[in-house]
Design a protein around this ligand. Structure first.
Ligand code: NAG
Ligand code: NAG
Ligand code: NAG
Ligand code: NAG
Ligand code: NAG
Length: 327
């Protein structure tokens, strides 16, 4: 398997004229496809960009390649239906990164074609930071996945004002889930159930700041808020230990609505370690279960319960909530 990947990788690099030895790139003329399991690796091999299995097909995304436990950190068009096997991902000479099916319409992943010519992409690259970027002919970055986060930020990635992370549906489904964390324009970092009116009353967690401009994660696993002039106005994980010797970090709003900072050692077979959580009580996220229900902890898991005179809407799917019983 490793040999195959290496072969494919060499193939991609050789196919691309002017390949930079420091990064694996896509240029017009080369392509990735689920058919031959081809993907791009960052120079160190830490991150990969390409197709990953999703439902009965594939999604396009970024994952940690040298961690055994499959960890997706970004997905393109996360709410679109899965792609079939016989598609190819290409960068067109017009500067569009697209997925092209055998039959039917192209699906746009990233668009630089309508921009000024100085912003026209002529290559794409997977960087060691976990940022997948499109580059113009002189190597300037004209599009980056870091600007379109899904549920995770990585080291060096910032969530600026109005930016948000939305939880995934499930571990195996990276479509938009029930919860979001928003860098509010009023300077407060807040967690809401998706669809709740964006009022402070609907929030279940907040930093209660009023002048924050961005959420940031550094290489030491420090999560913090900066103001307009770049001052650190609040450490979010005050328990953070500088240079703790962990190899990588990620901050993710999990499917259960809790925002967590994780670290991983350099051992690919280790699990992710939770460094910090927005809450230790897993019933905190509002809207975890459906209407008329309430949440209790049982065996360290949140469980949906109905009040007296209410029954589950669906006994097999208790999380959907409760309705008044008809007697
Ligand atoms: C993978 O398959 C696609 C579609 O057939 C092809 O365009 C591409 O060159 C192949 N890549 C490699 C590395 O073999
Ligand atoms: C393209 O960008 C350059 C540099 O930013 C600018 O001088 C030029 O006016 C722009 N052209 C168009 C058509 O927008
Ligand atoms: C590429 O992008 C950089 C940064 O945006 C810009 O300074 C440069 O002029 C662009 N190069 C070309 C050839 O348009
Ligand atoms: C950012 O914080 C620093 C330190 O508290 C303060 O001096 C500065 O005025 C703040 N900047 C803005 C734009 O509020
Ligand atoms: C963390 O450690 C690095 C180097 O070990 C140092 O440069 C940096 O200033 C430290 N940061 C804090 C907040 O102590």
């Amino acid at each position: 398997m490793a040999f195959l990947v290496l072969l494919l990788l060499l193939n991609v690099v050789f196919n691309a004229t002017n390949a930079q030895s420091t990064s694996s790139i896509i240029k017009p003329g080369s392509s990735l496809s689920p058919i031959n399991n081809s993907y791009l690796l960052s120079p160190s091999g830490q991150f990969a960009f390409g197709f990953y299995r999703y439902k009965n097909g594939y999604s396009v995304g970024i994952w940690f390649e040298n961690i055994q436990q499959k960890t997706i950190v970004w997905t393109a068009n996360r709410d679109a239906s899965p792609f079939p096997t016989d598609v190819t991902l290409v960068l067109t000479t017009e500067g569009n990164l697209i997925v092209r099916p055998k039959k039917g319409q192209d699906v746009l992943i990233a668009d630089t074609s309508s921009d000024n010519v100085s912003r026209l992409a002529t290559s794409a690259s997977m960087l060691d930071s976990g940022n997948f970027v499109l580059l113009n002919s002189s190597g300037g970055i004209v599009w980056k996945s870091f600007d379109f986060p899904t549920d995770t930020i990585l080291r060096g990635q910032r969530l600026a004002v109005t930016g948000k992370l939305v939880s995934s549906v499930a571990e195996s489904d990276h479509g938009s889930g029930k919860f979001l964390i928003l860098m509010h324009s009023d300077g407060n970092l807040v967690q809401y159930p998706v669809g709740a009116v964006l009022e402070r009353g609907a929030a279940y967690w907040a930093t209660n700041t009023f002048n924050a401009e961005s959420l940031n994660l550094d290489g030491n696993g420090h999560l913090y808020l900066l103001n307009d002039t770049g001052f650190n106005i609040k450490s979010i994980n005050t328990n953070y230990v500088n240079a703790s010797g962990k190899s990588v970090y990620r901050a993710t709003i999990d499917t259960d609505g809790i925002f967590r900072l994780y670290s991983h050692s350099s051992n690919p077979f280790d699990d992710w370690y939770t460094e910090w959580s927005s809450s230790n009580y897993r019933c905190d996220p509002l809207g975890l279960f459906g209407e008329n229900s309430y949440c209790v902890m049982m065996d360290r898991e949140p469980v949906c319960q109905c009040p007296p005179h209410f029954d589950f809407i669906n006994e097999q799917r208790k999380e959907l909530g409760c309705r008044k019983n008809i007697v």
